[in-house]
Design a protein around this ligand. Structure first.
Ligand code: CA
Length: 246
């Protein structure tokens, strides 16, 4: 069971694209508890989840997990030193509706089935990469918190991914579908430089062969609508980003 379980090489990419579901509507970042007795794995998971915008922490035992304050999601290793992981899963489920993703080593399929029977929402098999963890967390939060996590906030800007409503300083701004898609690219990971081709892939489709000047036209309109409270910077030769908050 000694296989390294988190691919640290992908940790640096964790932040991109994960912002949307890392935030809940009212309560700030979604809280994720890692229950894992291997300190190396726990540290990497907490670091990766934190980079992706979650409020992540870890405990090393089942009893600590049962005593931990409430969370939005729990990543629960089934092989724990004190209490059987399936038991922990059952007891968490008996007392809360937290999203539970159980983690098992390869070959522990029966435990996995038991845990799913006890109310786990999903499972991960070691070894796994961080991107997979983040995708599973996003997916369970989308299912268990359908109203949460769809709101991006950055300074005066809010972008509601579900209703596609955008406000700046509390004032609603009407955007065209393309303008919204461009803004979503930028607001998903504020501050990161998004390249022209990334925007084309997401807002148009992967095989846009038309003039790329069309992007500049939409960007100009978008900048004008957002006004002075939200600045889209051009990073010459690289792309665009939302300017740092002042
Ligand atoms: Ca373990």
């Amino acid at each position: 069971m000694g296989a390294p379980s988190v691919d640290s090489q992908v940790a640096g990419r964790a932040a991109s694209g994960a912002g949307s579901l890392a935030r809940t509507a009212e309560a700030g970042p979604a809280r994720v508890l890692v229950v894992e007795d291997d300190p190396g794995i726990a540290t990497q998971l907490v670091r990766g989840l934190t980079r992706a915008g979650y409020a992540a922490s870890s405990v090393a035992t089942g009893s600590a997990a049962l005593l931990a304050p409430s969370h939005d999601a729990v990543l629960l290793d089934l092989g724990l030193p004190d209490i059987d992981g399936v038991d922990v899963c059952k007891r968490l489920r008996d007392t809360s509706d937290v999203a539970i993703i159980v983690v098992t080593a390869r070959g522990e399929e029966s435990d996995r089935v038991l845990a799913l029977d006890q109310g786990a929402d999903d499972c991960l098999v070691k070894p796994f990469g961080l991107e997979e963890v983040l995708a599973r967390v996003r997916a369970v939060l989308r299912r268990t918190r359908p109203s949460a996590g769809e709101l991006l906030r950055y300074g005066a800007l809010t972008v509601d991914l579900r209703t596609r409503k955008v406000t700046v300083g509390g004032r609603e701004v009407a955007l065209t579908p393309k303008e919204f898609d461009i803004l979503e690219c930028l607001a998903t990971d504020p501050g990161r430089v998004v390249t022209r081709s990334e925007i084309f892939e997401r807002a148009w489709d992967a095989h846009w062969y038309g003039p790329t000047k069309v992007l500049d036209v939409h960007l100009a309109a978008l900048r004008k609508k957002l006004g002075e409270l939200v600045t889209i910077e051009t990073v010459y030769g690289r792309g665009f980003r939302l300017a740092d908050l002042k």
